[in-house]
Design a protein around this ligand. Structure first.
Ligand SMILES: Nc1ncnc2c1ncn2[C@@H]1O[C@H](COP(=O)(O)OP(=O)(O)OP(=O)(O)O)[C@@H](O)[C@H]1O
Ligand SMILES: [Mg+2]
Length: 613
């Protein structure tokens, strides 16, 4: 496979990007109404949070001290109880709704990403590590769901409570309100200062931690090499450096967290103290109602809780922006290879093909002046020309990196030529749809791939409507039937994830059976230099011979017998055709192919001789 050149972007986590979060929320699509309901319940809870201290004031001023009657008191008590019950209900609804939104978000985003992954081109998977995509699908989406369902909503709650309290305070007594509010800017500043530093340190701890883990596993996996190279001391030093770095960062985060709380408590104490001092004077000498004073102390306490939370949430949101950007970058990725509008009008899309319009493929192929590169500045094929008649077998040989897989990638339209054209049956293949090409194409990759499921299902993927007879016929043709029957449950045996329970040779045979069943006009085999025993080798060779009959085939082969029988052998070097012709012609040439053949022939001879001893 080609080397992976993948670079993770740097993400901005220094400032809050509202547009980004709007896009993330929009991913909820139709399910956004669940989020709106969540906000509604949240707002109702917040409003009631503000109402209760005011009710307490009434209880004190009107009933405890004032002239409220017994009857009124009962009414008030009942009303108070009802409101408490209502609030309990809203809290319940809000928590349940948060759960719904969290699940919704994970579900819809994962679904959208999965749909996207189906339409993205082959090249995307070439350059993006599977692990990266998996991490986006699982941990990043999970993290965003959590933040939207809980943190974002907490923030709305906090803001509403603060605004509500401010309004009530200003209406009741604006001078005392200012006494509470004066501390707000100071506290807000301190909160933000501390929270960003605490989170930054924790993030560093996580980073160092993952470095430690990987150095750990490298140290273990490479233990033997270390021993032979006397690297123990160096390894130990590296490990000590990383662990002490982590210790330092973790301790700093812990100290910051422990400083933050006393400061907040201290500041709210100062503000409560100011209220009590000023308000107490007012009560004693200027006739301020006692309940109002009580209400203000309660509000002062309530006011600082959300403030503290908001600082934490803002910092969290900032940190999560990297997750948000990564998920969006995956969703906004455009497939590199698409059909033109005219082609789609004629032949439909991959998901909705107009099969009735598909022309029958004969199998003539021509590459005309094809230039190709994966990366600008690094040409792989230059002015590549090739003419293939329907039914011919083309063998591609050449050293690693010479461009063999690239040629078949172009033929499959996994990539398109940078210049020049590829024609199938005399027509530029861009004038027919990807669906048409791929429905006529059988491809057995370097590493044969099976899906989890039974043997039967795996062969059936070749042609979904095939009957059991046809499936067995295909298996028999490629010599897979015998080993399948020996499996525990025959055709109904589960192959395990990725076919993990079968050997490479067996997987390959099943892939051949799948290809035979599909009966494609074009067949491509990109073989790995797998070390397979001579017995299996013969079985596979025989299977290959049968698959190649009646179709245009491109074979990147390492088995001489496959190559010897090919109609045309292309010897590739640095993206150019070094030698071209059938076996006899190339042997006469006494060039690269001649040497390759005689070397491998001798090797095989040696193996046979060794076996006989
Ligand atoms: N996805 C890719 N991105 C960038 N460069 C690539 C990519 N795939 C292949 N290349 C480069 O293109 C050149 C041709 O590679 P190709 O895979 O066609 O070689 P190959 O003949 O199939 O080799 P092998 O025998 O090892 O399979 C090499 O230099 C390789 O590094
Ligand atoms: Mg290759």
């Amino acid at each position: 496979m080609s080397e992976i050149r993948f670079q993770e972007k740097e993400y901005n986590t220094d400032s809050l990007d509202a547009g980004l979060w709007k896009k993330i929320i929009n991913l909820l699509g139709n399910q956004k109404k669940d989020l709106y309901w969540l906000f509604v319940f949240m707002l109702l809870v917040a409003v009631l949070d503000v109402v209760f201290p005011y009710l307490n004031k009434i209880a004190i001023d009107y009933f405890a001290i004032g002239k409220g009657t017994q009857g009124q008191l009962i009414g008030f008590g009942v009303g108070y109880l009802v409101l408490l019950a209502v609030q309990a209900f809203f809290v319940f609804k809000f928590i349940a709704q948060s759960g719904i939104v969290e699940t919704d978000f994970s579900y819809y985003v994962r679904k959208t990403v999965f749909d996207k992954l189906q339409v993205l081109s082959y090249s995307y998977y070439d350059k993006t590590p599977t692990g990266w995509i998996m991490a986006r699908m699982t941990s990043d989406v999970g993290r965003l769901a959590e933040i939207i369902a809980w943190s974002l909503v907490d923030m709305v709650w906090g803001l509403t409570v603060m605004v509500g309290i401010t309004i009530v305070m200003l209406i009741v007594n604006w001078k005392m309100a200012l006494l509470v509010l004066v501390v707000v800017p100071i506290l807000a500043y301190i909160s933000v200062w501390f929270q960003t530093r605490i989170l930054k340190n924790y993030r560093l701890v996580r980073q160092v931690n993952s470095k430690i883990t990987s150095s750990f596993s490298e140290g273990i996996a490479g233990a033997k090499t270390t021993k032979t190279m006397v690297l123990e001391e160096q390894n130990l030093e590296e490990f000590n450096r990383l662990t002490s770095e982590m210790r330092e960062k973790a301790i700093r985060a812990a100290i910051l967290s422990s400083l933050f709380m006393p400061i907040v408590i201290g500041l709210s104490a100062v503000s409560t103290g100011a209220i009590l001092w000023y308000g107490g004077n007012q009560v004693l000498f200027y006739g301020l109602e006692f309940g109002t004073l009580m209400m203000f102390t309660q509000y002062a306490n309530q006011f600082f809780e959300p403030l503290r939370q908001i600082a934490r949430l803002l910092a969290e949101l900032q940190m999560a922006q990297a997750s948000a950007e990564r998920v969006l970058s995956l969703l906004e990725e455009e497939p590199a290879i698409v059909d033109s509008d005219e082609v789609i009008a004629q032949y439909g899309t991959i998901l909705e093909p107009k099969v009735e319009n598909y022309p029958v493929m004969k199998g003539d192929i021509s590459f005309e002046h094809v230039d190709f590169n994966y990366l600008p500045e690094e040409p792989v094929l230059v002015d590549f020309n090739l003419e293939v008649q329907a039914g011919q077998t083309i063998a591609l040989v050449g050293e690693t990196g010479s461009g063999k897989s690239t040629i078949v990638n172009l033929l499959c339209r996994f990539y398109e030529p940078v210049n020049g054209i590829v024609k199938i049956d005399g027509v530029d293949y861009k004038q027919r749809s990807l669906g048409w090409l791929h429905s006529n194409l059988g491809y057995v990759l370097q590493a044969p791939h099976l899906f989890s499921g039974t043997v039967k299902e795996n062969i059936q993927y070749g042609r979904m409507e095939a009957s059991m007879e046809e499936i067995m016929d295909a298996a028999k043709l490629v010599n897979a039937h015998d080993f399948i029957m020996k499996l525990e449950k025959g055709y109904d045996t589960d192959v395990g994830e990725g076919g993990g329970r079968l050997s490479t040779g067996e997987k390959q045979l099943i892939c051949f059976a799948r290809a035979v069943l599909a009966d494609p006009k074009l067949f491509i085999l990109d073989e790995a230099t797998a070390s397979i025993d001579t017995e299996t080798e013969k079985v596979i060779q025989d299977a290959i011979d049968k698959v190649l009959v009646n179709r245009t085939s491109f074979v990147v082969a390492h088995r001489l017998s496959t190559i010897v029988n090919a109609d045309v052998i292309l010897v590739m070097k640095n993206g150019r055709i070094l030698e071209k012709g059938n076996h006899d012609a190339l042997m006469k040439l006494k060039g690269y192919y001649y040497r390759l053949y005689t070397n491998q022939f001798n090797e095989n001879l040696q193996k046979e001789l060794l076996k006989q001893k």
